[in-house]
Design a protein around this ligand. Structure first.
Ligand code: APR
Length: 229
């Protein structure tokens, strides 16, 4: 069975109504990333940080997977499919994808501030100041902030290096180390990049650039791959 590895970013969830980060209406255009998504911001004003992620968690339960998420599930009929997502939403899981690796964390979880191994399912509940882990420290969003290590990157690199087909969807490829994953995919492996602003990546061979939105570009690509691979 051919192994498909799929890297997704905020763009795959845009048509579900979740803002991306760097588009003209993106979250980092309307909010200061330095005040919300860094360890320093958390130290300075944890309440503000919690409120930002509480709102995003609440929004998650008002949106649904779109045709892009759903098309990726169909690939599982014929292929071994592994999704690596930079997204903290759960739309891949809710669409029905079986294997989803969250590089940057998950909104539906909270983690301890003294022991990163303590991770809790919180569903759609807000995290409040005073909510503690079992060791007595404040709970924080289970999200990788700028300046923090990305613990799952090693697993992601291994997956990328074993791909028979590699697909990138809805990411600006501006944030390291996720943006570097494509360089671990073997040269001869066919690669696809579906994004209205997709571009040829320097040093990457066999890359098919598909300048389309996920909601239309992904179902078309999936149909073609199911028929021809
Ligand atoms: N379909 C597909 N792609 C889209 C769509 C759409 N409907 N709408 C926008 N896009 C694309 C944009 O063209 C852009 O390339 O989605 C991409 C979004 O890029 P970013 O906002 O930079 O999001 P992402 O690449 O996921 O950001 C990476 O940055 O702030 C951090 O941790 C956060 O995981 C995030 C990381």
């Amino acid at each position: 069975m051919k192994r498909f590895v799929i890297l997704t970013g905020a763009g795959i969830s845009a048509e579900s109504g979740i803002s991306t980060f760097r588009d003209h209406d993106g979250l980092w255009q309307t909010h200061r990333m330095e005040d919300l998504a860094t360890p320093e911001a958390w130290k300075r004003n944890p309440e503000l940080v919690l409120e930002f992620y509480n709102q995003r968690r609440k929004q998650l339960f008002e949106v649904n997977p779109n045709a892009g998420h759903l098309a990726l599930v169909k690939l599982e009929e014929k292929f071994d499919v592994q999704i690596i997502t930079q997204n903290v939403d759960d739309l891949h899981e809710r669409a029905g994808s079986s294997n989803v690796l969250h590089l940057h964390g998950e909104l539906r979880k909270a983690s301890s501030t003294i022991d990163p191994n303590l991770v809790y399912d919180i569903g759609n509940k807000p995290i409040k100041l005073g909510d503690l882990c079992e060791k007595g420290s404040q709970l924080r969003p289970y999200v990788v902030w700028f300046g923090e290590p990305v613990p799952k990157i090693h697993e992601a690199v291994t997956l990328a290096s074993k791909a028979d087909i590699f697909i990138v969807i809805g990411t600006s490829l501006l944030v390291y180390p996720a943006s570097g994953l494509i360089h671990y995919v073997a040269i001869e492996v066919p690669k696809y990049y579906v994004d209205p602003k997709a571009f040829g990546v320097h040093g990457v061979r066999n890359l098919n650039v598909i300048k389309q939105k996920a909601g239309t570009g992904v179902p078309e690509l999936v149909k073609e791959l199911l028929q021809n691979v």
